[in-house]
Ligand binder design. Sequence first.
Ligand code: ADP
Ligand code: MG
Length: 230
Amino acid sequence: MLTSITLNGVSYAFGANTVLNQIDLHIEPGSVVALLGPSGCGKSTLLRLLAGLTEPANGEIHFADRLVAKSGWSLPPQARDIGMVFQDYALWPHMTVAQNVMFPLKMRNVARSERENRVAQALSRVGLSEFAGRKPAGLSGGQQQRVALARAIVAEPRVLLFDEPLSNLDSELRESLCQEMATLLRQLGTTAVYVTHDRREAEILADRIVHLSAGSIAADRLISTSGEYA
Ligand code: ADP
Ligand code: MG
């Protein structure tokens, strides 16, 4: 099921510091939108609002017809049907790769008989089928991020959220994983918001680039499939 995302007049402040100022944004169902901008411009804050990790001071957020946040109220992350990938992977070190990936299925009470298949499919999609029994510490950074990606997609969420997932990787790996994620996102067709400060990453991955500057949308453009500006 494809979900649109709509923000109406969304603002956020840390004390006297206004971090997001009256953001209006509509994201089409199934599109991949990159939120691009320099450090400190409010990208992570906007993503955390979409995830339900924090609530707006003003404005409303809808996923399709469903209100998920308004001033002082927020539907919690586990009730939003989202998958998230962070810069630091955020894997559980004591669990194996397969247990990490299975976790969202347990949270959603997916039948035990179905879990193994779903985990195997997700690990296959990210090229990690042989690593199911390993612990995260035994994997490279790129492999750990693939595990995090498998965990984000395994429950087939309606929205995928990424916060600079490639920033900790070296440039060669960043490039190849970026291309793979672009392919995967096309295959899945899930509505996705991808935060990055790297313009090239945004151009490879996204259908549309929204430039954030000091808490406001400074530019908003569509990208053709060849990676050039439309
Ligand atoms: P980005 O992800 O684009 O680098 P952030 O959304 O993390 O930006 O931060 C936006 C602004 O909010 C920055 O000015 C930052 O200093 C401030 N900020 C972020 N987190 C906090 C916090 N926990 N407390 C106070 N200010 C914060
Ligand atoms: Mg950030």
